[in-house]
Design a protein around this ligand. Structure first.
Ligand code: NI
Length: 509
């Protein structure tokens, strides 16, 4: 009887594992496209906007002022790194039609030179200030002139709800939307509009990608307001070629093959994007499932976050991670679904995951070994110390941990893969010692672990769970632009005990 029960449990886990694998449709060729654009920045809200775009996997076009680039260099670097289109709004926002020829030339050429220092030699599209354009401007531009077809007057209303409503109610396929990232209300309206319009099936692309998808051979000195579908509607470009060159190429293949991470709607992986906390919960949950775990039996008692999207792909994983005390949110009922997972958050959650699977982990003072240890939040010290002791996370070339830096998607899957490999090693090691634990094949081929008296995975004690909740109350810090490649080392002896816990899963009532 017990054996049958165990078999059913394993079968359920297998079915769940299959049903939660990513099944994201790649946008159809008849898909509706929009380009969202931002003028007059960069400014003090640009980073907030970049965070929001990053976790949504959305690209935009930034028409920046040459005179402001030096004030926000990190924001401009992030624009380029995150695959947005960097473009010119001229140097000092003068009305180009009123300028002398030399001044007109310097407004355009000086900005192009500044942008080239960030995005390399290429054609930087231009949006003339006030949309003001004549024959002289067209001639001096030496680039396509990009106007707009949707203008919610965000600079005038400075009201998130009004601006969002105007955008959502007025867009049509092929529109170019004008906003200004120097206003906080505009940044919030942009993100809200993106959420609403993506739910309606729109895909957001950069202006240059909009031209490419519509088969338009864009011309220097020509004005463009929108790019409608006139019969040509190409599919998204695949980043498979780019991925081949990436340092985490093998790991990304592993992550996709095993369903650890999803592709974005356009079929790309975007390894250098930050990973959202929602996607991180899913990655941990899928690792658990891959090793025979079950996320379905957790009930809903602790699933109480108020900030999850209505149709969340990752809801079940978040419920599991929350009820097991692995990811407990920020407090106040907030999970921070779209926020990027930072290095310190990851350290804390990985430590909890190791505890959950029964690994022998303990907090330590090893965080003090980093040159920037004073920047490490109190709640994260133990986790960072533990991950450092175990060789899971290490500092950069300057000996800094950079606790508030976002983890990229490539870095997260790298950590997940190494944990997984260790679990496999430990499983093999344990099996060699105890043949009673070898898998038995059932009649229909499902591998079922024979019941053992091994330890059960032990959820955190009440007091521990309380600490866990208290220790993740800080909101995700603003991201840091330059996320260097990290390497993660894991000593082979790690998580020895985790193995036995996983085996025992099917013995769980
Ligand atoms: Ni402007």
């Amino acid at each position: 009887m017990k054996k049958i029960k165990n078999f059913i449990a394993a079968l359920c886990a297998a079915v769940i594992a299959i049903s939660v694998l990513p099944a994201r449709a790649i946008a159809a060729p008849d898909g509706r496209l929009l380009a969202i654009t931002f003028d007059d920045g960069p400014g003090k809200y640009t980073d907030e906007l970049l965070d929001g775009l990053e976790t949504r996997g959305v690209t935009a076009t930034f028409f920046v002022l040459g005179s402001l680039v030096g004030k926000y260099p990190n924001a401009v670097r992030r624009i380029v790194q995150n695959g947005h289109q960097l473009a010119s709004h001229t140097y000092s926002h003068l009305q180009l039609t009123k300028l002398s020829a030399p001044r007109l030339k310097s407004e355009i050429d000086d900005t192009r030179a500044i942008l080239a220092a960030y995005g390399g030699e290429q054609t930087y599209y231009i949006r003339p200030p006030y949309g003001s354009c004549n024959a002289a401007v067209k001639k001096a531009a030496n680039a396509p002139l990009i106007l707009w077809s949707v203008d919610p007057l965000d600079w005038k209303y400075r009201d998130t709800a009004t601006v969002t409503e105007t955008i959502v109610n007025s867009v049509q396929d092929g529109d170019i939307i004008l906003l200004h990232d120097i206003h906080e209300t505009s940044v919030k309206a942009a993100l809200r509009s993106i959420d609403a319009l993506r739910a309606e099936g729109y895909e957001f692309v950069t202006v240059s990608e909009l031209f490419r998808r519509r088969g338009i051979d864009v011309q220097n000195g020509e004005k463009y307001y929108c790019v409608r579908n006139e019969g040509v509607n190409l599919g998204p470009s695949n980043d498979a070629e780019t991925l081949k060159e990436h340092w985490a190429s093998n790991t990304i293949s592993y992550a996709l093959e095993n369903g650890i991470a999803d592709l974005f709607d356009d079929g790309s992986f975007r390894p250098n994007y930050s990973m959202s906390r929602g996607a991180f919960a899913a990655a941990l949950g899928r690792l658990w499932i891959k090793n025979g775990g079950d996320i379905s039996a957790q009930g809903g008692a602790e699933y109480k976050f108020s900030d999850l999207p209505v149709s969340s792909d990752y809801g079940d994983y978040i419920r599991w991670a929350s009820s097991e005390g692995i990811m407990t949110g920020y407090g106040g009922g907030k999970f921070g679904y779209y926020d990027a997972v930072t290095r310190e958050q990851m350290a804390v959650c990985v430590t909890r995951y190791l505890k959950f699977v029964g690994a022998d982990v303990s907090d330590s003072d090893a965080y003090l070994s980093y040159n920037d240890s004073s920047k490490i939040a109190k709640w994260a010290r133990g986790g960072i110390g533990c991950c450092t002791d175990k060789g899971l996370l290490k500092g950069d070339e300057k000996g800094e941990f950079r606790p508030k830096t976002n983890m990229t998607r490539a870095q997260v899957v790298t950590v997940i893969k190494r944990i997984d490999e260790l679990l496999q090693d430990l499983r093999a090691e344990k099996e060699a010692k105890d043949p009673a634990l070898t898998p038995v094949l059932t009649a229909d081929g499902d591998a079922v672990m024979r019941e053992t008296a091994a330890l059960k995975p032990k959820p955190p004690e009440k007091a521990e769970a309380q600490t866990a909740i208290a220790s993740e109350t800080e909101p995700a810090p603003p991201s840091v632009a330059d996320v260097a490649r990290d390497t993660f080392l894991i000593p082979a002896r790690l998580i020895y005990r985790a193995y036995s816990s996983i085996l025992s899963l099917f013995g769980k009532k």
